[in-house]
Ligand binder design. Structure first.
Ligand code: MG
Length: 222
């Protein structure tokens, strides 16, 4: 007895109705490796089980992390997002500088590495972090992530703010975040949207940020 890898293309021909489907599959170009029935078995014998993209690490070497943050908008505070100061009549309240974008990215990176969250690492009860520059907090978190054997490969961020309009600032935020992460800008994406007038964000009382970070194993995790 032997066990072989199955395939949705390896159809069982039972009735006459099955024949047109199988015939169509067999008619596919042998160069179309995604669906070719004829070449499928030969391809599977030689294809590595890891990523089909040559040079990429195997899929198991990737980790993904999700981060979210929300801060109140209040008068007499700077509005900082990704280290970029945005001219506005209000800013984000927080124990640190209130940079919700950096905080979301920190949480995503820590999450991907299995290292907890930003509140555990930089408690808002700890006077050391009062008024802290969140870029420095991100660099501290990244040092922990790297020490655990991971490097950031890519980040995608969505900012939800009713006001101010963020589109004129997206390029600067992207550049600032890429610099903090030591990534080329092509691997950093910043999206901005309103909350369609809904909830506290829609009333302009807060700004929220969601971030997803992709990590790759740089060395065996400790
Ligand atoms: Mg925060």
């Amino acid at each position: 007895m032997a066990v072989v890898e199955g395939s949705y293309e390896n159809l069982k021909v039972t009735t006459a109705e099955d024949l047109p489907v199988v015939t169509r599959l067999l008619e596919k170009s042998p160069h179309d490796s995604s669906t070719s029935l004829r070449t499928g078995l030969a391809r599977r014998k030689t294809e590595p089980l890891s990523s089909p993209l040559s040079g990429d690490p195997p899929r198991s070497a990737y980790r993904v992390g999700l981060g979210t943050d929300i801060h109140r908008l209040v008068p007499d505070r700077k509005l900082l997002l990704g280290g970029v100061e945005i001219p506005f009549e209000k800013g984000l309240l927080g124990h640190s500088d209130g940079d919700a974008l950096f905080h979301a990215v920190i949480d995503a990176a820590l999450g991907g590495a299995g290292l907890g969250d930003v509140g555990e690492m930089f408690s808002d009860k700890d006077a050391r972090w009062k008024g802290a520059d969140s870029r420095q907090l991100l660099l501290g978190a990244l040092a922990r992530v790297r020490a655990a054997g991971f490097e950031v490969v890519q980040v995608d961020v969505t900012v939800r703010a009713e006001a101010p309009r963020l589109s004129p600032h997206k390029a600067a935020i992207r550049s600032s975040l890429a610099s903090a992460l030591s990534l080329e800008e092509a691997r950093v994406n910043i999206k901005a949207k309103t909350n369609e007038g809904l909830d506290a964000i829609g009333r302009g009382e807060a700004i929220a940020v969601d971030a997803v970070v992709l990590l790759a194993e740089a060395s065996p995790p400790k």
